[in-house]
Design a protein around this ligand. Structure first.
Ligand code: HEC
Length: 173
């Protein structure tokens, strides 16, 4: 909030967002519209650079502390000194959490929880990495956007972090 000063538009040109959008656009942004006046990335982790988060189809706003929201996906204390897990966490909290949920926190677009991702990362690490970069190469119908900028060390960090959330123990293949 302090760094990017996002704008929550409740009315545009005096009209509720939904009315304004229905008159001016074809797609549905939801009840609320969040944007930025301008955006400059404020950090990067490995090959991942911060991207503006302009959520679509926002119908509900919930306010919680950063401790609650990010605490839900924080690395386990036993991993607190593993740099790969820490890097993976910082990327996941900025990026994956918008669409993937942990319990009642995080986005619901993906319908695949943190544990599902963790189990995927633990059981099929190389497929997981390919999915991150190019989801359609694994599942042609996947609705997840590609991340071609994710290089090998970055993919490894994300994968190592998610593996710590695996719910079942499986043999990697
Ligand atoms: C803009 C939304 C969005 C973001 C950001 C996003 N995902 Fe996804 N992801 C999806 C959607 C939607 C699906 C479901 C794909 C489908 O079947 O259509 C998905 C599916 C997946 C799957 C496959 C799960 C399965 O069981 O098939 C993996 C793995 C995954 N995402 C990992 C990640 C990781 C790791 C990140 C962060 C680096 C991330 N995603 C960021 C939207 C997103």
């Amino acid at each position: 909030m302090k760094t990017h000063r996002p704008i929550l538009a409740l009315k545009i040109d005096g009209l509720p967002v939904e009315t304004w959008v229905a008159e001016t656009h074809n797609d549905d942004p939801g009840t609320y519209f969040i944007t930025h006046q301008d955006f400059t990335p404020s950090f990067s982790v490995l090959s991942f650079q911060e991207i503006p988060k302009i959520p679509a189809k926002v119908t509900r706003l919930e306010f919680a502390t950063a401790q609650q929201v990010y605490g839900a996906i924080a690395p386990h204390p036993r991993d607190a000194t593993n740099p790969q897990v820490i890097d993976g966490f910082r990327i996941a909290q900025q990026h994956c959490y918008r669409c993937h949920n942990m319990g009642s926190y995080g986005g619901t677009k993906a319908g695949r929880s943190w544990q599902t991702l963790g189990t995927f990362a633990a059981s099929s690490p190389s497929t997981f990495e390919r999915y991150l970069r190019n989801p359609k190469s694994i599942d042609p119908k996947s609705a997840m956007p590609p991340n071609p900028q994710i290089d090998e060390p970055t993919a490894k960090a994300i994968q190592t972090y998610f593996q710590t959330f695996a719910t079942t123990t499986t043999t990697p293949h």
